[in-house]
Design a protein around this ligand. Structure first.
Ligand code: NAD
Ligand code: UFG
Length: 339
């Protein structure tokens, strides 16, 4: 299949590109590089032995998008492109609604113009808001209770996709609700390398391990969890990438709108993550307990049953592999800023 990956040079897009290429698909990476680097194209070539096509462009540039879709005979889109920092979305809601929601409308318009009928969308467990019960199943209420503009863009895009599927019975939209993707490709050539001080736990821990940051701040130890710290469903990014390949294959035999959790079904606490990373890097890590971070939920993990039934996919890699691969990537990229 010829597949366009918006946001294809980013963290999850680059790992998905590798998996798709290894399954014989042709990919085109379309990215404006606002949060990634073109070096990723070369890293993917080193891993797969083939250079993916790359187009530098913004998803809000409909003419370039439609032209790219026609030029490469695109049959499906995996739509990763988006801004994703929760805190920044509270300070800059208009930028988030424009980039994420308006950007998706333009992707869908370009697909309609060029006759592309399949889209896989990067959604998030954040659409569930505060869990009413765990594990989270796909029929858990969505939308109400989302605590920030970033999360609301994901909820709105899911609804827009559902409306487009109601209007066109040939369209397939699969919303993949990611839990907490971490880790890196086993080669250490691609991974997660946010600019500035990381907001997310794993890249922060990796930078403390490599000595770039001094001390991990644990946001609260008074939650009702195993050790009082927040619990999340961490999933290896390589497993997550494989979930996209499975969803694309499924999109050739189903139509309509679907939502599927991509998680492991297991939760780990912040302290468990720190200790797993200590094993991977071979030394202890400094941490201190600080106040809870506003907007955080105590615990969140997936029921992964639907992914197995609908996509024939399940996560296989362990927490140990997540930490060791993230550590390998950190060691190889100590001096680089963007991934
Ligand atoms: P990332 O920032 O590494 O990748 C996103 C890519 O999109 C970047 O390369 C960026 O340059 C590009 N991009 C952003 N706006 C663009 C635009 N207007 N036009 C073209 N390119 C643009 O992030 P990621 O972690 O790989 O996330 C990919 C997707 O998955 C995002 O939509 C994100 O919201 C979603 N998601 C991520 C997580 C996570 O924890 N990483 C969790 C749930 C959902
Ligand atoms: N945490 C710390 N210290 C840090 C960073 C995080 O203790 O420096 C804690 C948080 O309080 C939370 C856990 O580590 O308990 C995970 O936090 P992350 O910021 O890594 O991840 P979140 O679960 O808050 O959110 C992530 C993405 C969202 C996405 C969500 C999906 O940032 O975009 O996963 O579940 F929607």
């Amino acid at each position: 299949m010829h597949i366009l990956l918006t946001g294809g040079t980013g963290f999850i897009g680059s790992h998905t590109a590798v998996d798709l290429m290894e399954h014989g698909h042709e990919v085109v990476l379309y990215d404006n590089l606002c949060n990634s680097s073109e070096d990723v194209v070369e890293a993917i070539e080193k891993i797969t032995g083939r250079r993916p096509a790359f187009v530098r462009g913004d998803i809000r540039d409909k003419a370039l998008l439609a032209d790219t879709m026609r030029r490469y005979g695109i049959e499906a889109v995996v739509h990763f492109a988006g801004l994703k920092a929760v805190g920044e979305s509270c300070a800059k809601p208009l930028e988030y609604y424009d980039n994420n929601v308006n950007g998706t409308l333009i992707v869908l318009d370009a697909m309609r113009e060029t006759g592309v009928k399949r889209i896989i969308f990067s959604s998030s467990a954040t659409v569930y808001g505060t869990p009413q019960k765990l594990p989270l199943t796909e029929d858990h209420p969505v939308g109400t209770g989302i605590t920030n503009p970033y999360g609301r863009t994901k909820g709105m895009i899911e609804e827009i996709l559902a409306d487009c599927c109601r209007a066109d019975d040939k369209l397939t939209a699969i919303c993949l609700r990611y839990f907490n993707p971490i880790g890196a490709h086993a080669s250490g050539l691609i991974g997660e390398n946010p600019n500035g001080i990381p907001n997310n736990l794993l890249p922060y821990v990796a930078r403390v391990a490599s000595g770039k940051l001094a001390c991990i701040q644990v946001f609260g130890n008074d939650y009702d969890t195993v050790d009082g710290t927040g619990v999340r469903d961490y999933i290896h990014v390589v497993d997550l990438a494989r979930g996209h390949t499975a969803a694309l294959e499924k999109s050739t035999v189903v139509s309509g709108w679907h939502a599927v959790n991509l998680g492991t079904g297991r939760g780990s606490s912040v302290l468990e993550i720190i200790h797993a990373f200590e094993k991977a890097c071979g030394h202890t890590l400094a941490y201190k307990i600080v106040d809870r971070r506003p907007g955080d939920v105590a615990a969140c993990w997936a029921d992964p049953k639907k992914a197995l039934e609908f996509l024939g996919w399940k996560a296989e890699l362990t927490l140990e592999e997540m930490c060791s691969s993230a550590w390998r990537y950190e060691c190889l990229h100590k001096d680089a800023e963007a991934s």
